[in-house]
Design a protein around this ligand. Structure first.
Ligand SMILES: [Cu+2]
Length: 139
């Protein structure tokens, strides 16, 4: 499996690029961050009622990541939280319809959840309603 992972990622990358090009509204399952010539990995996460696109984002360890964050239009406020200090990633951002950027450098491989921490009194949390994804840090 470990040897097949790069091939698997390459295929997923191709699929993600293809669907992004088509600008299709369907949910993107897995996205591999694009490694730009300046050595920065770039990807976008969009939040909506009640989901994140993508649900699975793959980045490489020890290379800076620049995430573009936004949310779809609507009245429900959303956030993006990642609590992985063991990997050098601690984020807590309110998502806006205007694009915001965050940067970090993941320092440990693993799978770290990202989620929306919002919850309206008596209702299920947004996380429980589906606003959860996985940031996977790979070698
Ligand atoms: Cu939310």
């Amino acid at each position: 499996m470990r040897k097949l992972l790069p091939i698997f990622i390459a295929i997923l990358c191709g699929l993600a690029t293809a669907s992004a090009r088509a600008d299709a509204p369907q949910e993107l399952g897995t996205v591999v961050a694009r490694l730009d010539a300046d050595g920065i990995q770039r990807a976008a996460i969009v939040g909506g009622d009640y989901f994140f696109k993508p649900r699975h984002l793959v980045v490489k360890v020890n290379l800076p990541v620049e995430l573009t964050l936004s949310r779809e239009t609507g009245i429900v406020p959303h956030t993006l939280v990642i609590k992985a200090p063991e990997a050098g990633i601690v984020l807590d951002r309110v998502l806006s319809t205007e694009i915001g950027k965050v940067t970090f450098t993941p320092t440990a491989t693993g799978a770290y959840p990202y989620y929306c921490r919002n919850k309206l009194l008596f209702f299920k949390s947004h996380r429980e309603q589906g606003m959860e994804g996985v940031l996977e840090v790979v070698p």
